[in-house]
Design a protein around this ligand. Structure first.
Ligand code: FES
Length: 106
């Protein structure tokens, strides 16, 4: 499956994250522990914007009803629910590339 360009490294400044639609995916791209990662920006609760707030203590809090999701793997930390979709990212020069399919579990 091909990778598509979703942004450039400078898009991560100054907050270490950004979200953007690419095709029919709303993708949240961010830096965690020096690595660039991506999750769906669409909350598994009712579709709210997961990346509206800045990541705090390794988790994102959805704007709408405050569900919390781990930035490590998209797991719903509270109150418990479905995980966010993870995307595979690669960096080519300055470009951040995303694969718009769900990442196969390792
Ligand atoms: S839509 Fe995200 S917590 Fe409800």
């Amino acid at each position: 499956m091909e990778f598509k360009k979703i942004g450039v490294l400078s898009d991560l400044e100054p907050h270490g994250q950004f979200s953007r639609w690419l095709d029919d995916h709303d993708v949240l791209v961010y830096r965690l522990d020096g690595k660039i990662r991506a999750l769906s920006n669409i909350c598994t609760h009712f579709g709210g914007p997961v990346g509206y707030h800045k990541m705090k203590d390794g988790c994102f809090t959805c704007l709408w009803h405050n569900f919390k999701f781990s930035a490590k793997d998209g797991a719903c930390l509270s109150p418990g629910g479905l995980s966010l979709r993870e995307y595979t990212i690669k960096v080519e020069g300055d470009a951040i590339m995303v694969q718009l399919v769900e990442r196969a579990s390792a």
